[in-house]
Ligand binder design. Structure first.
Ligand code: CS2
Ligand code: MG
Length: 412
């Protein structure tokens, strides 16, 4: 059996998705997610122009060898575009291998280490009443753990607030916050860290008073604070016993987390913009994080992310895989198979996709009583309807960016 065909499929049902579909000489197909939000076409070009020609004629069963070949023969290594392209090939080959074996992928990764995957959803509100409604709405959907994002008085629109986002024009259903906005240019948002730092602890106090001490609560600082501001936020949130505080400070400088660790015991999650184990080496070795936030789609696939998580497990650091709407159902399914098999699973992020996305990607994974399960279909359990996909052509979309009051560009 050899790789006969490799197609790069771009579709935009509710948002842009890039999917690699590998077909073998025996007609077995495998899918891999290559969606890089706001830079989708860069990965399309990397795959189409440089990777697909290298795949034709290869033995699809040699996954590790193909990974090493794509990583080392490119000479230029790492980075979001390269690692998303390699991830798509990797997951598609694992999908093929599991289908050939007639098994759900998690069985090839060592079998199930649990009955399902604890999951968190995104509750948000520009004010407390709206936030409380959103928390209740997610509890009614079954979520057992909830991420809380709030508006900040004085700021027009900030990350994570669904009411700032879009309604599904067709179904009228408001699905969670979709940060990438269709259009020729990125939207500019405003930011002020001091008003945010004053406001957020009051919101968590109110949420705990309203919903009690048990419910696991998470928050995303979305890379916006300096190390000492991040340390202050972590400390001020300690009374509210967060499951984790995410991306508190830009992590290009791993030493920044040492200062945060010195001041707070609030658990830290980092890594959704990381792409290889090298991004994690120091912060794992120095025990500076508690959760690895990488997605399979952005970290070289199952082959590489499993190595990151195996390394993390030596330090009792758990997985907290990235699962927003810009990870396609293919990428989500791959994360679930890996999450079910590894020992050091922590929690899985899960933002539900829109109705049109569910039409394009037929999924066998389930979300029951707050727990995800990848299902028992051979492979990863997701199939792509190419006719439906063709009905939704690519639409330029950008993530917003921030400017401070004095006009300075700031992390979004
Ligand atoms: C976020 C994402 O889900 C998260 O934790 O950080 O929504 C992130 O903003 C997007 O994935 C960016 O594409
Ligand atoms: Mg995040």
């Amino acid at each position: 059996m050899i790789i006969d065909k490799a197609d790069v499929i771009v579709t935009s049902p509710d948002r842009n998705f890039v999917t690699l579909k590998i077909t073998t000489s025996d007609g077995v197909t495998g899918l891999g997610d290559a969606t890089l939000n706001g830079r989708e076409l860069a990965v399309v070009a990397y795959l189409t122009e440089h990777v697909v020609p290298l795949l034709i004629g290869r033995d699809p069963a040699r996954i590790e060898d193909t990974w090493q070949f794509l990583y080392r023969s490119a000479y230029w290594r790492r980075g979001p575009v390269t690692m998303a392209a390699i991830a798509a090939v990797d997951v598609a080959l694992w999908d093929v291998k599991a289908k050939v074996a007639g098994l759900p992928l998690y069985q090839l990764l060592g079998g199930a280490s649990r009955t399902g995957l604890l999951t968190y959803g995104h509750a948000s509100g520009k004010d407390l009443p709206e936030l409380f409604d959103s928390v209740r709405d997610h509890q009614e959907q079954g979520y057992k753990a909830i991420r809380v994002q709030t508006g900040v008085p004085g700021l027009r629109s900030i990350y994570g607030i669904a009411s700032n986002a879009t309604f599904d024009a067709n179904s009228g259903v408001r699905y969670d916050h979709e940060p990438a906005q269709r259009g020729a240019l990125p939207a500019e948002e405003d930011w002020d860290t001091r008003s945010y730092l004053r406001h957020v602890p009051t919101v968590f106090e109110a949420v705990r008073n309203e919903f009690g001490p048990e419910i696991p609560l998470l928050h995303d600082g979305h890379h916006r604070m300096t190390p000492i501001q991040a340390a202050r936020l972590g400390k001020s949130l300690e009374p509210y016993d967060l499951f984790w505080l995410e991306d508190v400070t830009p992590a290009e400088n791993p030493e920044a987390l040492r200062l945060v660790r010195q001041h707070t015991t609030t658990p830290l999650a980092i890594g959704e913009i990381f792409n290889t184990v090298w991004d994690y080496q120091q912060i794992i070795r120095e025990q500076l994080i508690d959760y690895v936030r990488s997605a399979v789609t952005h970290t070289g696939g199952i082959t590489h992310l499993k190595k990151v998580l195996d390394y993390a497990s030596q330090y009792q650091i758990k997985s907290g895989m990235h699962g927003p709407t810009d990870i396609s159902p293919v990428g989500m399914a791959a994360a679930m198979h890996l999450g079910l098999a590894i020992h050091n699973f922590g929690i899985q992020e899960y933002m539900k996709h829109g109705a049109r996305t569910d039409e394009v990607f037929r999924q066998s994974f389930t979300f029951v009583d707050g727990m995800l399960h990848p299902g028992e279909q051979p492979g990863i359990g997701v199939e792509l309807d190419e006719r439906a996909a063709a009905a939704y052509p690519y639409a330029q979309a950008y993530l917003p960016y921030n400017r401070l009051a004095d006009g300075t560009v700031h992390d979004w």
